[in-house]
Design a protein around this ligand. Structure first.
Ligand code: PBG
Ligand code: ZN
Length: 325
């Protein structure tokens, strides 16, 4: 049957009919909210490259965490700005590092929040690369050892999810083994499985001072031209024990999310990264877009592509709009 018997507008006629045939949902349950933890006391400092996002000292986090939980957002992911940087990023596995202390503080203030930790070294190293530098290159296997140290220290401090983001080969299997050996078989792995070498990370790198001092990350992050390779990355990570696989960035890689969705049954996360957020903020500031509307439409596109979970700086704003009143 076709027109005039078939008229697709019939089911678009009223809000109730549209609700009945809506195929995709978006709600606070889908969000993980990124938090930046800095040294010091009494600090809640707005990040210039990420308007509306803040650096928090540990003592300011309980209040923030309670608000996030009240908004119905189930999880946060922590990024640390260390007290001091060194060649290998050893602050990342310091038992009293900012992230470790933040984990304990948030666990106490908002025990129901799921706590994830971005597990990488670029914020912690003097050179800004995601691992150990040997002869000007990032040494994969030496970096794994340090990732294991960091993961264990986050697990000890109460992390529910360890999220390795440095695109080292074998990091999921290595971390699964390290965690299990120490009795942390309950700690889940959220793998940045298909993470592209992207210009969209710009505002984040300014925010955490992690721009590489030499070269770029193309030797470990993925080439934006590749999708078959993303499928291999995802398949390997699942085989190695990833509980959740992530595609990052999200908006320019919706095809990758859809392809991963078609191919596997593990939960998929999408990272709506800093540059995606900053573009909407800037356009809104100019009065060129309806911010709330474009934000929700953008987040919905990630759900429609197949993401179960969205890591997003919009989480609080979106949750306020989406919560049943
Ligand atoms: C660290 C890391 C980055 C992001 C998340 N974890 C930056 C990078 O790879 O340079 C980017 C997040 C964002 O842009 O919002 N490896
Ligand atoms: Zn990194």
């Amino acid at each position: 049957m076709s027109f005039p018997e078939t008229r697709l507008r019939r089911l678009r006629r009223t809000p109730a009919l549209r609700r009945l045939v809506r195929e995709t949902t978006l709600g606070p349950d889908n969000f993980i909210y990124p938090l930046f933890v800095c040294p010091g006391k009494g600090i809640k400092r707005e990040i210039p490259s990420l308007p509306g996002q803040f650096h928090f000292s540990v003592d300011e986090l309980p209040r923030e965490a309670e608000e996030i939980a009240r908004l119905g957002i189930p999880g946060v992911i922590l990024f640390g700005l260390p007290e001091k940087k060194d060649e290998v990023g050893s602050e990342a596995w310091h038992a009293e590092g900012v992230v470790q202390r933040a984990l304990r503080a948030i666990k106490k203030a908002a025990p129901d929040l799921a706590l994830a930790v971005d597990t990488c070294f670029c914020e912690y190293t003097t050179h800004g690369h995601c691992g150990v530098v040997v002869n000007g290159e990032i040494d994969n296997d030496a970096t794994l050892e340090n990732l294991g140290r960091a993961a264990l220290s986050y697990a000890r401090a109460g992390a529910d999810l360890v999220a390795p983001s440095g695109m080292m080969d074998g990091f999921v299997g290595f971390l699964r083994e390290s965690l299990d050996e120490d009795g942390f078989e309950q700690v889940a792995l959220l793998s940045y499985a298909a993470k592209y070498a992207s210009g969209y990370y710009g505002p984040f790198r300014t925010a955490v001072d992690s721009t590489p001092a030499f070269g770029d990350r193309a030797g470990y992050q993925m080439d934006p031209a590749n999708v078959r390779e993303a499928m291999r990355e995802v398949a390997l990570d699942i085989e190695e024990g990833a509980d959740i696989v992530m595609v990052k960035p999200a908006l320019a890689y919706l095809d990758v999310i859809a392809e991963v969705r078609n191919d596997c049954d593990v939960p998929i996360a999408a990272y709506n990264v800093s540059g995606e957020y900053a573009m909407l903020k800037a356009a809104a500031e100019k009065g060129w877009i309806d911010y709330d509307r474009v934000m929700l439409e953008t987040l919905l596109s990630m759900r429609r592509a197949g993401a179960d979970i969205i890591l997003t700086y919009h989480a609080k704003e979106a949750a306020r709009l989406l919560r049943p009143r």
